[in-house]
Structure formats: C-alpha cells, structure tokens
Ligand binder design. Structure first.
Ligand code: DLZ
Length: 216
C-alpha cells in the first residue's frame, strides 16, 4: 500500500472533469517555474480537467502569492453568486495580473491577453463558472546570501495556509524552497535524476478538490 519513502504514493485514477482549478504562480526563477506550471497542467488534463477550466495567473514573486490566491478565490465566489443576475465578469477585473509564462495568444496555455490565462481556448465547450475547487500556488525561492529567503518562505507559507483554512478551499503548496538552482532544476524535472513536482501538485489538486466536494 505505501511503496515509496518520499512522494505522494501511487496516483489513483480520478475523474477531474467536473472541476475548475486555478494555478497562481510567481515569476521569479521563471526557468524553473515554467516546467513546474506545465507539469501541473499536464496532470490536471490527464485527470480530465477541461483545459478551459484551468485558470492561470501570475504575480511578481512568491511573497505576492497569498494575496493573489485570496483575491482570485474571492472573486470566483462573487462571480458565482452574481452570475445568475447577469452581472459582468468580476473574476477578470479582480485578477488583472500580468503573466510571464506565455505572453500573447499561445496554443499551449491559451493566453487571453488580459493577464489571465486558461489552458484551453476562450469559448471552449465545458467551461465552468463559479468558485474554484482547488488552487495551486507555485513559487521557487532560492537561498541567497542574506536571510531574505527565510523571511519570504516563512510568511508565504503561513499566508497560504491561512487562506486555505479561512476559505476552506484546498490550496496546493507549490512553493519550492531550495538552497541553489541545481536543487531547483532537479525538482522541476530538468535533470536526469529529477522529478517534476508540478505533476504531483496537479494530482494533489484533483484529489483534494474531489475530496472537498465529498466533505461538503
Ligand atoms: C526579492 C526576492 C528574492 C530576493 N528572491 C526571490 C525568490 O527567490 N523567489 C521569489 O519567488 N521571489 C523572490 N523575491 C521577490 C519577492 O517574492 C517579492 O516579489 C518582492 O519582494 C516584491 O514584494
């Protein structure tokens, strides 16, 4: 039953077709962020999450992740409660954050050109409205010569946990805290012996989103 020492264990087949998932990522250390985000998206899609139900936002650095996640989730709740009255797209206006992973219209991630992305194309059949079922927060902190790293790592972690518990929404912890770039490359799956942790985060998001629906 429990096979490996590390890692989340064998991923079971899950049906994510009913889910709407957000990914919020920092832009610091983009060469590591990009494969992690791509890895998460690939596992979401493999579980059946429709590409148009994967919403992607970016922020400058990891420090900004908690506020972005908080506002993004809040906006998706407001959108859900007002959509029947025909009000505008609150999510779009509340999350006007620039994205660095892909600028402009892109096949891979589906940039909408307004700072928000979906992994599909605008107008895709199957697009859902309403609160996100889970959010993945992704950042990479690389230790420098000062204690800056420790400060950002600590408060960002606390902030993300606070948002998760305050809102009762699964918030997948995709914050890598590494001592050097090589450690980061390994965890982004960029080395021979590496493993892309973004894939685990995608799987965790689907599992937790489905569990949360059961627990509601
Ligand atoms: C300032 C800073 C530093 C030194 N290092 C990182 C890092 O390794 N990873 C990361 O995501 N962000 C870093 N930042 C930026 C901060 O998170 C934040 O964006 C700025 O201090 C502006 O609030």
């Amino acid at each position: 039953m429990f096979e490996g020492l590390k890692g989340p264990g064998e991923s079971q087949a899950k049906d994510g077709s009913s889910l709407r998932i957000a990914i919020v990522h920092a832009r610091w250390n983009t060469t590591l962020i990009e494969p992690l985000v791509t890895g998460a998206i690939s596992r979401l899609k493999a579980s059946g999450v429709h590409p148009s139900n994967i919403v992607i936002q970016s922020v400058p650095g990891s420090w900004e992740l908690p506020i972005a996640v908080q506002r993004l989730y809040s906006a998706s709740q407001i959108q859900a409660s007002t959509s029947s009255s025909g009000s505008g797209d609150l999510l779009g206006s509340a999350t006007d954050l620039p994205s660095l992973v892909v600028q402009g219209n892109d096949e891979k991630t589906g940039s909408k050109g307004d700072g928000s992305l979906t992994a599909g194309k605008t107008g895709d059949v199957g697009k859902k409205e309403g609160p996100f079922d889970a959010i993945i927060a992704i950042g990479v902190l690389i230790k420098g010569e000062t204690v800056h790293f420790e400060h950002i790592a600590e408060v960002t972690s606390r902030g993300l946990m606070r948002v998760q518990l305050d809102f009762g929404v699964p918030l997948i912890f995709g914050l890598l805290t590494v001592l050097n770039e090589e450690q980061g490359r390994k965890r982004a799956g960029l080395t021979e012996d590496g493993h892309n942790h973004g894939e685990d985060w995608g799987d965790a998001a689907v599992e937790m989103a489905l569990k949360r629906k059961q627990w509601n």
